[in-house]
Design a protein around this ligand. Sequence first.
Ligand code: SF4
Length: 91
Amino acid sequence: MPMHVEICEDDCINCGLCAERAPSNVEEVPDAELPRIVRQPLGTEEEEACLEAAEYCPLGGFHADQRQEGGSVREDVPAGDNGTRARAMPP
Ligand code: SF4
Protein backbone atom coordinates (compact mmCIF):
# COMPACT_ATOMS: atom_id res chain seq x y z
CA MET A 1 0.00 0.00 0.00
CA PRO A 2 2.12 2.93 -1.21
CA MET A 3 1.96 6.27 0.50
CA HIS A 4 1.22 9.43 -1.43
CA VAL A 5 2.39 12.82 -0.20
CA GLU A 6 1.31 16.22 -1.44
CA ILE A 7 1.57 19.87 -0.42
CA CYS A 8 -1.53 22.02 -0.52
CA GLU A 9 -0.46 25.50 -1.57
CA ASP A 10 -3.48 27.10 0.11
CA ASP A 11 -2.42 25.71 3.48
CA CYS A 12 1.35 26.12 3.24
CA ILE A 13 3.27 29.01 4.76
CA ASN A 14 6.62 27.70 3.48
CA CYS A 15 8.01 27.23 6.98
CA GLY A 16 10.41 24.52 5.82
CA LEU A 17 9.48 22.04 8.52
CA CYS A 18 8.43 19.26 6.14
CA ALA A 19 11.72 19.48 4.24
CA GLU A 20 13.52 19.29 7.56
CA ARG A 21 11.51 16.26 8.72
CA ALA A 22 11.45 14.38 5.43
CA PRO A 23 14.57 15.49 3.56
CA SER A 24 14.53 12.49 1.20
CA ASN A 25 11.10 13.47 -0.06
CA VAL A 26 10.78 17.23 0.25
CA GLU A 27 13.17 20.06 -0.43
CA GLU A 28 13.03 23.78 0.02
CA VAL A 29 13.26 25.78 -3.19
CA PRO A 30 14.98 29.16 -2.97
CA ASP A 31 12.71 32.05 -3.92
CA ALA A 32 9.73 29.72 -4.36
CA GLU A 33 6.49 29.97 -2.39
CA LEU A 34 6.34 26.26 -1.65
CA PRO A 35 8.72 23.43 -0.95
CA ARG A 36 8.88 20.73 -3.62
CA ILE A 37 8.08 17.03 -3.40
CA VAL A 38 11.26 15.36 -4.61
CA ARG A 39 9.77 11.88 -4.70
CA GLN A 40 7.04 9.83 -3.12
CA PRO A 41 8.18 7.93 0.00
CA LEU A 42 9.96 4.65 -0.52
CA GLY A 43 10.03 2.27 2.42
CA THR A 44 9.04 2.49 6.04
CA GLU A 45 11.64 5.02 7.09
CA GLU A 46 10.61 7.58 4.49
CA GLU A 47 6.92 6.94 5.13
CA GLU A 48 7.42 7.54 8.82
CA ALA A 49 9.33 10.74 8.10
CA CYS A 50 6.48 11.94 5.87
CA LEU A 51 3.86 11.07 8.48
CA GLU A 52 5.86 13.06 10.98
CA ALA A 53 6.05 15.98 8.55
CA ALA A 54 2.27 15.84 8.14
CA GLU A 55 1.77 15.65 11.88
CA TYR A 56 3.94 18.65 12.60
CA CYS A 57 2.93 20.85 9.67
CA PRO A 58 1.52 23.93 11.43
CA LEU A 59 -1.37 24.46 9.00
CA GLY A 60 -2.08 20.93 7.83
CA GLY A 61 -0.72 21.67 4.36
CA PHE A 62 1.42 18.57 4.12
CA HIS A 63 -0.69 15.55 3.26
CA ALA A 64 0.42 11.94 3.60
CA ASP A 65 -2.13 9.29 2.70
CA GLN A 66 -2.00 5.54 2.45
CA ARG A 67 -3.60 4.47 -0.82
CA GLN A 68 -5.57 1.28 -0.50
CA GLU A 69 -6.19 -1.21 -3.25
CA GLY A 70 -8.97 -0.02 -5.52
CA GLY A 71 -7.87 3.59 -5.22
CA SER A 72 -9.59 4.54 -1.99
CA VAL A 73 -7.68 6.54 0.54
CA ARG A 74 -7.40 5.94 4.25
CA GLU A 75 -6.86 8.98 6.41
CA ASP A 76 -4.39 8.07 9.08
CA VAL A 77 -2.55 11.27 9.68
CA PRO A 78 -3.09 12.79 13.07
CA ALA A 79 -4.25 16.35 13.49
CA GLY A 80 -1.72 19.10 13.03
CA ASP A 81 -0.98 21.69 15.67
CA ASN A 82 -3.97 23.77 14.61
CA GLY A 83 -6.34 20.87 15.16
CA THR A 84 -7.25 20.32 11.52
CA ARG A 85 -7.14 16.89 9.97
CA ALA A 86 -5.15 16.13 6.88
CA ARG A 87 -7.58 15.76 4.03
CA ALA A 88 -7.77 12.74 1.82
CA MET A 89 -6.49 13.27 -1.70
CA PRO A 90 -8.75 12.34 -4.59
CA PRO A 91 -7.89 8.94 -6.13
S1 SF4 B 1 5.45 22.00 7.02
FE1 SF4 B 1 3.49 22.58 6.10
S2 SF4 B 1 3.49 24.82 6.11
FE2 SF4 B 1 5.61 24.17 6.46
S3 SF4 B 1 6.52 24.15 4.39
FE3 SF4 B 1 5.76 22.08 4.79
S4 SF4 B 1 3.66 22.05 3.93
FE4 SF4 B 1 4.30 24.19 4.13
